[in-house]
Design a protein around this ligand. Structure first.
Ligand SMILES: Nc1ncnc2c1ncn2[C@@H]1O[C@H](COP(=O)(O)OP(=O)(O)OP(=O)(O)O)[C@@H](O)[C@H]1O
Length: 531
């Protein structure tokens, strides 16, 4: 873990050294100001003393600024680099690696964990390095007056900067970890609730979910406060340590070092800054572990089909099949599919039917090559001269997804498509009237949190999107779940008319089943062809 965290700071070590150097210079300059002030109070200060004091004030101010500037510069650069790395990695994990992952985990990683690392870099490594070097400098100064006094300084520095912060370290670490976990659960809860806001409204559970999220949020706050209280309670111990050290020093130092003795309790600010070390350290290490685990998660390689030549007399140009496939999800105990064979030919509309959880979507994911079968093969047969086989698959998931982009970009997903074609497709799916109501037509920006269309319209927009992307196999996962039977048969008629490739429909509804040329029924890990 330490190596991973150091590797993050390595490219920025120059700036980090500047920040730590400024911090050290600032701490030493402040110490000089305190001692010279004490000297001034007890017996007047020479002109040279005033000059040095004035310079020390200047150095302290400039160094403080430098420490903040370079320290935050390093922390924010690390934040940016990590966000880019995490995002790039998430892209490599999609789609199989992100399938069924908890949204709260991503939110916690991208929000909480990366920011905890920023705090970690800003408030642990720098202050620790400054405190260590500063202690050495302080000991050298006291050594010139009395070796025993230097030892006493070292002792007080160790008590204030190490022993007291470590006193409750275990308890603080566990409270901090609990607070982070509670925050993750809250994020998951809030995310799911806002995602399913319409459904929650319909079922009348919005209030209950909001109250539950509030309770969880309050619990995370309570745990964080408990950790803070524990760290704050150590302040009393610091006061005792400084008072004890002061008495010892006053007794040990010779009378001519009275200015040093007077200023003694004010010389340990860098050590007191370490009070938050255990909390920031444990949270930073925890966050580092989460991020490292994500970055170490290997992408599931796209599974390529076995390509075979189809006989010239074959009825279709190409076909894609699962041949005697068995499959268990990584980490799951029970196989979802056992010795399953399905096949889809060019031009067909095939339906996958069966109870919830029977493995219909899993079979579709295997056809798309998201996962490799444990046993059996993904096979594509194609006639000679058919250059592209159905690896160009369009998948319309159960839950429509929209981005904070214009309607045009939401539908084309960055592909250049003429507006006339987009409008024609929207019209054929019964959305022309709705389009006319939009203030800026295709340029209207869609806000995913305030969608300007119903759930049924959302599904038709998804279908428009699928029909706008050239593909050979269109997989529709529950495409008609929010449509009434009449609208649904109209939609499927449009798909049959507008789409030249093969269509695979995953469904529960008998009306949809009636539109299919052939059916496969999934049940109890098996599949049967229904004539
Ligand atoms: N990524 C995954 N990791 C682990 N288990 C999964 C994953 N995806 C699905 N499953 C499990 O595999 C089984 C089959 O799920 P699948 O989604 O294929 O069923 P389905 O027939 O499409 O159901 P539905 O009609 O509800 O969508 C279920 O028990 C599901 O919980």
């Amino acid at each position: 873990m330490g190596a991973f965290l150091l590797e993050l700071v390595k490219p920025l070590r120059g700036r980090w050294l500047l920040s730590a150097g400024c911090g050290l210079a600032g701490a030493l300059a402040k110490t000089a100001v305190i001692v010279l002030a004490a000297q001034g109070v007890i017996g007047g200060l020479s002109a040279r003393g005033w000059l040095i004091g004035g310079l020390a004030v200047l150095v302290a101010a400039v160094a403080s600024y430098g420490e903040q500037y370079f320290g935050h510069d390093v922390a924010f650069r690390i934040l940016k680099n990590l966000r880019v790395r995490v995002f790039d990695h998430l892209v490599t994990l999609a789609p199989a690696g992100l399938d069924q992952q908890e949204s709260g985990r991503w939110l916690q990683l991208i929000g909480g964990d990366i920011e905890a690392l920023e705090v970690f870099f800003a408030h642990t490594l720098g202050p620790l390095a400054i405190a260590v070097v500063y202690t050495a400098c302080l000991c050298v100064v006291f050594l010139t007056v009395s070796p025993v006094a230097a030892l006493a300084v070292l002792l007080v520095a160790l008590v204030v900067g190490a022993a007291i912060p470590l006193w409750h370290a275990d308890r603080v670490a566990s409270l901090t970890a609990e607070a982070a976990e509670s925050q993750r659960a809250t994020r998951q809860y809030v995310f799911e609730s806002s995602e399913n806001r319409r459904l929650s409204d319909q079922l009348g559970i919005t209030e209950a979910r909001a109250a539950a999220a509030q309770t969880q949020l309050a619990e995370a706050g309570r745990l964080r406060q408990a950790a803070d209280r524990l760290q704050n309670s150590d302040r009393l111990a610091v006061v005792f340590a400084l008072t004890g050290g002061w008495a010892l020093i006053a007794w040990l130092l010779p009378p001519d070092a009275i200015a040093l003795a007077l200023s003694f309790p004010l010389l340990f600010a860098p050590h007191q800054a370490l009070a938050r070390l255990p909390g920031a350290l444990s949270r930073g290490l925890d966050a580092g572990r989460n991020i490292q685990a994500l970055l170490a998660q290997a992408p599931v390689p796209h599974h390529e089909p076995v390509v075979q030549a189809a006989p010239a007399a074959a009825s279709a140009d190409w076909a894609i099949s699962l041949a005697h496939v068995s499959f268990t999800y990584p980490g799951a105990e029970r196989a979802v599919l056992r010795d399953v064979s399905v096949s889809i030919k060019a031009g067909e509309v095939v339906g996958f039917v069966g109870a919830r959880g029977a493995g219909k979507s899993t079979a579709a994911k295997l056809l798309m090559g998201w996962f490799a079968p444990d046993i059996g093969q993904l096979v594509v047969t194609e006639k000679e001269g058919v250059s592209a086989h159905p690896r160009r698959i369009n998948y319309m998931p159960q839950r429509p997804v929209f981005f904070h982009e214009t309607l045009r970009d939401n539908l084309t997903l960055g592909m250049a498509q003429p507006d006339a074609l987009i409008c024609e497709r929207l019209g054929s799916l019964g959305l022309a009237q709705w389009l006319a109501t939009l203030p800026a037509g295709l340029d209207t920006v869609i806000d995913p949190h305030h969608l300007p269309f119903s759930t049924g319209q959302a599904q038709r927009l998804e279908l428009t999107r699928a029909l706008l992307r050239p593909s050979q196999l269109l997989i529709l996962d529950e495409p008609t779940s929010t449509q009434d039977p009449e609208a649904m048969s109209r939609l499927l008629a449009v798909v049959r008319r507008e789409f030249q490739g093969a269509v695979l429909i995953i469904t529960h509804r008998p009306e949809t089943v009636a539109q299919c040329d052939r059916l496969y029924r999934f049940s109890d890990q098996q599949v049967a062809a229904v004539s």
